[in-house]
Ligand binder design. Structure first.
Ligand code: FES
Length: 231
């Protein structure tokens, strides 16, 4: 969403504070506003994002990966979704000139599979395959949960019981730059840090839960990760 849209969106959410049907968990969770930049730190323009390509950045913590995707066509304008504990929320579509740019936590909502530097079992797949009856989905090969990135990360197949948590993006129409500002939906960060405490401490030292501030580099998945498992 553009900055003006985003402010309206937050105002609407704040106005709903007293509403009993929406829990705090299902409202946008705002973190630091962090600009997405190229690997070398140069500005990243939304118009230059390649379509249907897995791009990775880390947000809102140093060790929590996210997918940045240009779907190559507009995402749905809005999606009505629910967390695993039945809390409803509304996702407000993609950003950028074509409203085709979306971002999601890359931590699978089933059992927290995520892309590491060594291997990735979860990624966006533009094409169908033997194990993937849907095209244009984020597919986790662990137990084949499939999520629709054009529809707020909705679960299309597999055992996941809630959508991927969306990353809220802000698009500056003047500069064509993108910033991450928060999350929407069922975050899995607490469970993630507990489940992978040992591995994350080896990989990140004491840095895993450091809040990302300022800028976060965006990297093609094939550069970030040595091996991608396709299924
Ligand atoms: S961890 Fe992703 S489908 Fe089970």
């Amino acid at each position: 969403m553009q900055r003006r849209d985003f402010i309206k969106y937050c105002a609407a959410s704040a106005a709903a504070v007293g509403a009993p049907v929406v829990s705090a968990d299902a409202r946008p969770h705002l973190y630091q506003r962090v600009k997405l930049v190229a690997e070398n730190g140069a500005p990243l323009r939304a118009r230059n994002l390649p379509a249907n390509r897995n791009l990775i950045f880390h947000y809102p913590y140093a060790a929590t990966p996210c997918f940045l995707l240009n779907l190559g066509r507009p995402a749905k304008a809005a999606a009505q979704l629910k967390t695993v504990d039945d809390k409803p929320y509304e996702w407000h579509g993609g950003v950028g000139a074509e409203r085709s740019i979306v971002a999601y936590s890359a931590i699978c909502a089933h059992k927290l599979t995520y892309p590491t530097r060594d291997i990735s079992f979860i990624s966006f797949r533009a094409e169908k395959s033997v194990g993937n009856k849907f095209a244009r989905v984020i597919h986790c090969c662990s137990e084949h949960s499939q999520y629709d990135p054009a529809d707020g990360g909705r679960v299309l197949a597999g055992p996941a019981r809630q959508p991927l948590a969306a990353i809220l993006l802000e698009h500056d129409a003047a500069s064509d730059e993108l910033s991450a500002v928060g999350t929407l939906g069922g975050e899995m960060f607490e469970q993630f840090f507990v489940k992978y405490a040992f591995r994350l401490s080896l990989e990140n030292g004491t840095d895993a839960q450091r809040a990302v501030r300022g800028v976060t580099p965006v990297t093609p998945l094939e550069s970030y990760c040595r091996q991608q498992v396709k299924c």
